[in-house]
Write a protein that binds this ligand. Structure first.
Ligand code: SF4
Length: 303
């Protein structure tokens, strides 16, 4: 028995086969990099950490889709696909241009939907109306980077928007037939562990469907790497994180689907924390911790 709702199981149950997301980098930027809000971006951001080699903006959408599907079929036996507009801010363009790209990706055989990663300050009613029309035809997951519910932390990470902005974006996104996703980061030195755990309570009440939890990584070629070199601070050890994420899972709503529970960074880009485990071992470690404590998602959820 799996003790939390995993996104891969949700997709299998919903579509009746193995579904994987194809990461795409269509050459967007973001207002936190191009000077509209800030220059330099969020202090932890290095898009190379999560975009696979086939998803590079120097390749066309067609090349990324074709190579992505080939890779995912071979590696994970994927049968169907969600085109994942992942890198940077994927609603940061005109409505017409966005619709053209989204529809182009949906035109590939075996693509059953879209996932669109964005910032709360890069969405509006006009864009949502267009995305809503797509959601009447296919599965659409709109993912917001919340990162933290604390403005002090959002300031520290140079996020360029506050938590109120996230609340407004989620509010105008509801009731449109979209699946709403969010990601948060735990481990900033601006928060206590109890404040991080309280994010489980808060995000459970937002009306979102899918949550990604990332533990903070210090990644090469980021402002945070320089800050950390000058002033190192505590980052979750593997053992401490297992204890933390178990408590987090217990507090989160039993209705949420958990797409990610920790961060993966290619070893050549990761400065800290370096855990002596690979992806599968961490997943198994979390499962073993839940079983060992005989606990499960939502055990201590307070609605
Ligand atoms: S994390 Fe997202 S919003 Fe922040 S700088 Fe990177 S691409 Fe922009």
């Amino acid at each position: 028995m799996q003790r939390y709702n995993s996104y891969s199981k949700y997709l299998f149950d919903t579509f009746g086969c193995k579904v994987n997301k194809i990461s795409l980098d269509l050459g967007f930027t973001c207002p936190n990099r191009d000077g509209s809000k800030a220059i330099g971006g969020c202090i932890y951001c290095n898009n190379d950490t999560f975009v696979p080699p086939y998803a590079r903006s120097r390749y066309t959408l067609e090349e990324q889709m074709t190579n992505g599907m080939k890779y995912l079929r071979a590696r994970f036996k994927a049968k169907k696909f969600i085109a994942y507009f992942q890198a940077y801010t994927n609603t940061y363009s005109s409505v017409n241009e966005l619709e053209k790209l989204y529809r182009q990706a949906l035109g590939f055989e075996d693509v059953i939907g879209l996932a669109i990663g964005t910032r709360s300050d890069c969405i509006d009613e006009e864009k949502l109306d267009m995305i809503q029309r797509l959601a009447e035809e296919v599965y659409v997951l709109l993912e917001y980077g919340i990162e933290s519910i604390y403005d002090k932390t959002l300031d520290y990470m140079n996020r360029g928007h506050d938590y109120e902005s996230v609340l407004k974006a989620i509010e105008i996104s509801k009731g449109r037939g979209l699946h709403l996703g969010a990601h948060i980061i735990v481990g900033f030195p601006t928060e206590t562990e109890e404040q991080m755990l309280a994010m489980a309570d808060e995000v459970s009440g937002l009306g979102i469907d899918v949550l990604k939890v990332h533990n903070l990584h210090i990644v090469r070629n980021t402002p945070l790497a320089r800050m950390y070199a000058e002033n190192p601070f505590y980052l979750f050890s593997y053992e401490d994180y297992l204890a933390f994420i178990t408590k987090f899972i217990e507090r989160v709503s039993p209705d949420l689907i958990l797409e990610r529970l920790f961060t993966d960074t290619p070893h050549q880009l990761l400065i800290a924390p370096v855990w002596p485990k690979n992806h599968l071992e961490v997943l198994r470690g979390i499962d073993a911790e839940l079983v060992g404590q005989d606990t499960y998602q939502g055990k201590f959820y307070k609605s």
